[in-house]
Design a protein around this ligand. Sequence first.
Ligand code: PLP
Length: 382
Amino acid sequence: MIYLDNSATTRPWRSVLDTYIKVSESYFGNPSSLHPLGGEADKLLDQSRAQTASLLGVNKKDIIFTSGATEANNLAVKGAAEARKHQGSHIITTSVEHPSVLEAAAALEQKGWEVTRLSPDKNGEISPEQVEEALRMDTVLVSCMHVNNETGSILPVEKIGECLKKHPKVLFHVDYVQGIGKVPLSMTESRIDLLTISGHKFHCVKGTGVLAVRRGRLEPLFHGGTQENRLRAGTENTAGAAALAKAMRLLLDGSREAAGRMRSLNLLLEEKLSEWKGVEINSPKNRAPHILNFSVAGIKPETVVQALAQKEIYISTTSACSSKQGSGSRVLQAMPLPKERSETALRISLSEETTREDIDAFLLAWEEIYETTARKGKQYEI
Ligand code: PLP
């Protein structure tokens, strides 16, 4: 099997699964229980929190473990807006965010908040000047992703943070889900108040994520116990937290070399795919090392995905969340690229484990599929 859909999810690392199983078996106590089993689980949770915090460059108390990035993004956007409703009712985000930010903002809009959605340029980038221009006296939050999950575009969140230094009342949230381990970002050196990551995007188990809350009061999404600094009620996922801390350490330990390897493979893919008639690269030159998005005029992307899958090679059309909606890529349309290009887009996403052999096998399969698909006349109706 050749797995090239790592932006959708990654294969968990064996040692991370071992940690998850060991903690589930040996530290199954409820961290809130007063007896020693609870105490041990609590200590382990605390250790995982400290490790995660030190890897992100924040304090232990800033780490809120969540079920993943969708929950963390909702907590950041809705939680910050609700906690600041007496200060203002304006939010700034971008039109290329993940649905967990866009839909959270849309839900607030329904309740009376005003939302400005900044549009990217043809490289998928948003400039700090756009953010500056959109700021108002009643702006309470700016939410912007770091690396786009469909194109790999890198948004200048450090510079946006710089420009927000003049606006201390505005909270700044960054969705770092696709950037972690691929494109370095220092929370210590940047003015970022809230940061989201998701474990299953870096070889951890699903159902694990973090919202790092460096500054600013948030309203919790749901009510119950006092866990996670009163921001996330419910019995903690001790095994998930330990596995996440481990996966993150392994990821960041090898990230420099892995990013270099992924970049070379990504450039090779770009070079080889560009040789084919009708192929247009949608990702910008300055992109994250693991994502390459391209369109193929005249060939249905679903046909390519299915034909590759028959050879046990897995890529995707757009993002995993929107690929079943079949309306073309919302992100590419926002850039804006022509509709037909957004409807014929394919995404290859690499991981720390992708090898040159994987890419060579993909290119060989691609050649065969391109030729038979084009010859059979399976033309895309535009
Ligand atoms: N943000 C980005 C940029 C993503 O790519 C994803 C997943 O595709 C998410 C958020 C949501 O992550 P999760 O599956 O952990 O809810």
